[in-house]
Ligand binder design. Structure first.
Ligand SMILES: NC(=O)c1ccc[n+]([C@@H]2O[C@H](COP(=O)([O-])OP(=O)(O)OC[C@H]3O[C@@H](n4cnc5c(N)ncnc54)[C@H](OP(=O)(O)O)[C@@H]3O)[C@@H](O)[C@H]2O)c1
Length: 239
């Protein structure tokens, strides 16, 4: 059987990097894309099997150039996002919210358009939403809208792009550098509080979510599905 090829745009940290490692362990050739050269340099040392590309998912020409270098891609995984967007609606800065849409939603559209001509007909696209899209957490209307928009792509694209499969994974609280804007002590306290409230009684690791992303990317029978991997966050009040 020929070796599968994966491209993970946003694969230099957190869930994307954990997914890259999972797919590499399964024998795939794994390419990762991200903007920071520093992150790519570190990964070149820690994970020499992963093939790094410095590229911005919001830059169509840059992602096209990456895809062209790779050739045929079986599994496209998009884990890029900014971390702006939270806040009470009355105080939401609209410029900030527009930047947040640019950083996540428009980055997805641009990356999908750029990679599409290189995707194998038996291939897949896996997106990362967030449970805020379907939960009711105060202070998350902005990021709920962004992640709702990303997750809304899944069903129509699964039909429009068939037989290419299109899925989403919707995590809740995951311990990754996404949270680095919070000082370490505050982050630890917040996670401890969240873990108490979550039915799973724990904040997820990047590897927990990577298992689900890898399944969505590789399982030939899953398409048009957003998999909730949120520790039960949508079932309880996280206010
Ligand atoms: N962590 C959570 O609790 C959580 C919960 C729900 C949903 N999610 C979602 O899960 C996904 C992955 O999050 P994570 O926690 O793994 O975040 P992360 O650790 O911050 O990783 C994000 C990755 O995306 C890359 N990236 C960001 N913007 C990019 C761009 N324009 N082009 C290319 N690469 C870009 C970053 O590298 P560079 O900055 O170097 O480009 C980094 O490698 C995101 O969609 C996030 O919204 C996370």
């Amino acid at each position: 059987m020929s070796k599968h090829t994966a491209l993970i745009v946003g694969g230099t940290s957190g869930i994307g990097l954990a997914t890259a490692r999972r797919l590499n362990d399964r024998g795939a050739t794994v390419h990762i894309g991200g903007r920071s050269k520093e992150r790519l340099d570190t990964i070149a040392t820690t994970d020499p099997a992963l093939i790094g590309h410095q590229a911005d998912g919001g830059d169509r020409d840059a992602i096209t150039a990456v895809a062209e270098t790779i050739g045929t891609i079986d599994w496209l995984v998009i884990t890029l996002s900014g971390n702006e967007g939270p806040g009470p609606i009355a105080e939401l800065d609209l410029d900030m919210l527009r930047r947040a849409f640019d950083a996540k939603f428009w980055g997805h559209i641009t990356t999908i358009q750029a990679v599409l001509p290189y995707l194998a007909p038996t291939g897949s696209i896996t997106l990362l939403g967030a449970i805020t899209a379907r939960a009711a957490m105060p202070g998350t209307a902005g990021i709920a809208a962004i992640n709702g928009a990303v997750e809304a792509l899944v069903k129509p694209l699964a039909v429009e792009l068939a037989p290419i499969r299109v899925n989403g994974v919707s995590p809740g609280f995951v311990d990754t550098p996404w949270w680095n804007a919070l000082p370490e002590d505050a982050r630890r306290d917040y996670f401890a509080q969240a873990a108490q409230a979550l039915p799973a009684r724990r904040v997820a690791t990047a590897e927990d979510i990577a298992d689900v992303v890898a399944m969505a990317a590789t399982n030939a029978n899953i398409t048009g599905t957003v998999i909730e991997a949120d520790g039960g966050a949508r079932l309880v009040s996280m206010a």
